[in-house]
Design a protein around this ligand. Structure first.
Ligand code: IPE
Ligand code: IPE
Ligand code: MG
Length: 243
């Protein structure tokens, strides 16, 4: 389907859409003989810093992996701590997001979270929906395989109902069913803490994203680390299968 592939942008450009797998909070805490939750708290500070930096650096979309659909496998106390921090973050940050003209988006099955969190999220989404500035996407209870399976389910239902022809299903039809369908293409995926895997994050969207694995632990990530990542991106040559 060559027709739907954008021509390769020239090197030296700035990414429009950056995603970050925020990893290493636990190791940050362990290195300081602190409980893991202390690392998650510092991780929230990093989210604040990096969200601001992304805006200052002119990114259109910053997508942050905050809680995966597999993170429920963690001990209940840790899940509770993470949800508590999310609650605190939403309450504390909503005014800033509104003031900064940031549009909040959530991907993932956040409706499976506790009722009060769902209400907080819905409120934050509603209050920032009309904003026209950069978009902050938070992935909550997100799994890329589940996202793709849900897209397949909807297409299958539409085909069964006769609304679409199965033979006409192509990449664009699947893409249109993803939660990211109206966002600019993912340009750069960063993972912190030295791990080199995607852990079920944006698998479809990462097809031609540049991948960057940095050793920095998430709580240490700051504006300078982000600026450095953008600099590395600007020197990558993207070919999208062409020459
Ligand atoms: C990332 O830090 C935060 C979440 C996954 C929610 P981790 O908690 O995975 O930190 P490490 O990998 O144990 O260091
Ligand atoms: C990925 O980190 C999920 C988030 C950052 C939210 P994990 O720490 O959960 O990933 P694995 O388990 O090491 O692959
Ligand atoms: Mg981890």
């Amino acid at each position: 389907m060559a027709t739907q592939i954008d021509p390769a942008p020239v090197a030296g450009t700035r990414p429009r859409h950056v995603a970050i797998i925020m990893d290493g909070n636990g190791r940050w805490a362990k290195a300081r003989r602190l409980p893991r939750v202390a690392g998650h708290k510092q991780g929230v500070e990093a989210v604040r810093r990096v969200t601001r930096a992304a805006r200052d650096l002119g990114l259109e979309v910053l997508t942050l992996y905050a809680f995966s659909s597999e993170n429920w496998r963690r001990p209940v106390e840790e899940v509770r701590d993470l949800m508590g921090l999310l609650r605190h973050f939403l309450r504390a940050e909503i005014a800033t997001l509104v003031a900064d003209n940031v549009r909040l988006r959530v991907i993932g099955d956040y409706r499976a979270l506790s009722d009060d969190l769902v209400a907080l999220i819905d409120d934050a989404l509603a209050r920032t929906a009309a904003n026209t500035g950069p978009t902050l996407v938070i992935a909550l209870n997100y799994g890329a395989q589940a996202e793709i399976a849900a897209a397949a389910r909807r297409l299958a239902t539409a085909a069964r109902n006769g609304a679409i022809d199965p033979a006409a299903i192509d990449e664009a039809s699947v893409e249109a069913e993803l939660t990211t369908h109206d966002l600019p293409p993912l340009d750069l995926m960063i993972r912190t803490s030295g791990e080199q895997r995607l852990s079920n994050f944006l698998l479809w969207q990462a097809a031609y994203a540049e991948l960057l694995f940095v050793d920095t632990l998430w709580p240490d990530f700051d504006a300078a680390t982000l600026a450095e990542a953008l600099d590395i991106f600007s020197r990558r040559q993207r070919r999208f299968g062409g020459l």
